[in-house]
Write a protein that binds this ligand. Structure first.
Ligand code: BG6
Ligand code: MG
Length: 224
């Protein structure tokens, strides 16, 4: 039986509530561009890079060709400035329930820990939350050829840690993220609506992070 060697975490919506801030900032930009969208469409943006998210919003509004590359760059930067302004008061109090307990347990069990977030803001957010030292490796999204649902980000994390993907557990809140974990041949823990996470291929689902229990996850992994 394979022994679990590493946990690879997504950040936004798993470690802290920044998925909601991404939604707010994109929604505001969408309204400025006269492209309103709802939470359901927002689900398709989760885990997706900044530029690709903008492209999806423009495509939704049928406005893909209305902006030059430079203008798209400026729009993406404006969204990011708005997003970052929502993070100014971020502190360890914003860590989702159960996350630090899980990180502490993993450390005590000598299970390796890495971050596979599409966000260029991830290192700054981990710092603000006081969690940086738990992470042995943080994938730099600028190094990627393809974003989630491509498995590259999770495979890079496993490679950097020197562990077999089959001995890794990925934790995600996005459909694209769950698909990426499965395509990397890892065990996928989904945080969110069970039907949505299961449809994306999650092996084990919890509705909220407070339910992330090390012993339970390991038991489910062993059954696979
Ligand atoms: C992902 C989020 O983690 O990071 C997406 O789920 C976001 O919503 C993406 O667009 C990129 O983040 P950033 O901070 O680089 O714009
Ligand atoms: Mg996420």
């Amino acid at each position: 039986m394979t022994k679990v060697a590493a946990f690879i975490f997504d950040l936004d919506g798993v470690i802290t509530d920044t998925a909601e801030y991404h939604y707010l900032a994109w929604k505001r930009l969408g309204e400025q561009l006269a492209i309103p969208f709802d939470k359901e469409f927002n689900e398709t943006l989760k885990g997706i890079s900044r530029m690709e998210s903008l492209e999806r919003i423009l495509a939704l509004g049928g406005k893909t060709d209305e902006y030059s590359t430079e203008q798209k760059q400026a729009l993406a930067e404006a969204k990011n400035a708005d997003y970052v302004s929502l993070l100014v008061d971020m502190s360890p109090a914003d860590i989702y329930p159960g996350i630090e307990r899980l990180l502490q347990t993993l450390q005590a069990q000598h299970i390796r820990i890495a971050l596979a977030s599409a966000s260029k803001n991830a290192p700054m957010i981990l710092q603000a939350l006081g969690l940086t030292d738990y992470f042995e490796y943080i994938v730099n999204p600028d190094d990627l050829q393809a974003g989630k649902p491509n498995p590259e980000i999770f495979l890079r994390a496993a490679k950097a840690l020197g562990v077999d993907p089959q001995a890794c557990i990925g934790v995600e809140d996005a459909e694209a993220g769950i698909e990426a974990i499965k395509a990397a041949n890892m065990f996928a823990v989904g945080v969110g609506t069970p039907a949505v996470m299961q449809a994306a291929g999650a092996d084990y689902v919890v509705a909220q992070t407070s339910e992330l229990d090390f012993t339970k996850i390991i038991a489910k992994f062993a059954l696979k």
